[in-house]
Design a protein around this ligand. Sequence first.
Ligand code: G4P
Length: 291
Amino acid sequence: MTIQWFPGHMAKAKREVSEKLKFVDIVFELVDARLPLSSRNPLLDQILQQKPRLVILNKADLADPQQTRLWQGYFESLGFAAVTVNAHDSSATKRVIQAAKLALKEKIARDKARGLKPRSIRAMVVGIPNVGKSTLMNRLVGKKIAQTGNKPGVTKGQQWLRSGTDLELLDTPGILWPKFEDPDVGKKLALTGAIKDQLLHLDDIAIFGLDFFARYYPGRISQRYRLTEVEEALPAAEMLMVITEKRGYKDDYDRGSELVVVEVRQNKLGSFTLDRYEEMGVGSGETRVDK
Ligand code: G4P
C-alpha cells in the first residue's frame, strides 16, 4: 500500500504540534468512534507527554453505542478525560466544554485559590484526516473556520477562535497521520473513508466490510441485499458476487464493491464499530496503545 505520509511530513506535523503545546491548557484528541484505536496516531503520547488531554470520540452517531461506551471507559482508564459526540449535533459544544472543564478542574481550582482571574480554557484540536476536526471546530466556534486541507504544515500566525466565554481554540488543527503497519488498520480506515480509496482496491475493502458485518452484525447484509441466510454465510468474495448479481450489475464486481462501500459509509447497514474492544488486547488493564 502506498503511504500518503512521508517522513518529512511526519516530522513537520510533530514539530508543529509540539511547538503549539505551550500555548494551550489542554489538547482535544479527536478519534473516529468507529475506530477508536485505528484512527489514533501512535506517536501522540510521545508528542503530548503530560499535557492534559480530552479524547473526543467523534461520529458517535455512526458507531455501535455499546462499543463506544467500552472505548470511552478504556480512554478514561488510561487517565484521559473522554467524551462522545456527534459534531453535526448542537449538543456537541456543551458536551466538549463540560468535559474540558472537568478535565481541568484541579487547575481551575488552583488558579482560583491563587486569586487569578478566571479565563477561558485554551485548547488545540489534533487528529488524523477525516475524523471531523473542521466540523467540530466549526461547531464549537459557531462559524466556518478556514479550510486547511488535509495537509500538515499550513502555518499561519497564531490565532485564537472563541467559543462563548469558556473556550478558545487554536485556529488550525494539528493534523496527524494514522498508523499503517497493520493491513487491517488500512482496510478499516478505507472502509470508513478516512483514507483515499485509491490506496486500496475497492473490492478488497468491500470484501473486508462484508466479512466484518457477517461476523459481528449477522442478518444486516441479508436484510439490506435480500440474501438468504445461506448466502450470507458464504465467503465474503462470493457474497459480493451474489450481491452484484442481485443488484442487476451482472458481473461488474467493481460496481458491486462500490455499492457496498458507499452504503457501509452511509450507515445503510446500520451503525458499527470496526475496532472491537474485546479483541484488541485492551480489556484487562493491559494497553496496546503504541508509544
Ligand atoms: P477533518 O477536518 O478531520 O479532516 O474532518 P472533517 O471535519 O472534514 O469531516 C470529515 C467528514 O466527516 C465530513 O463529511 C463531515 O461532515 C463528517 N463528520 C464529521 N463529524 C461527524 C460526526 O460527528 N458525525 C457524522 N455522521 N459525520 C461527521 P464529508 O461527507 O466529507 O463532508 P460534508 O459533505 O459532510 O461536509
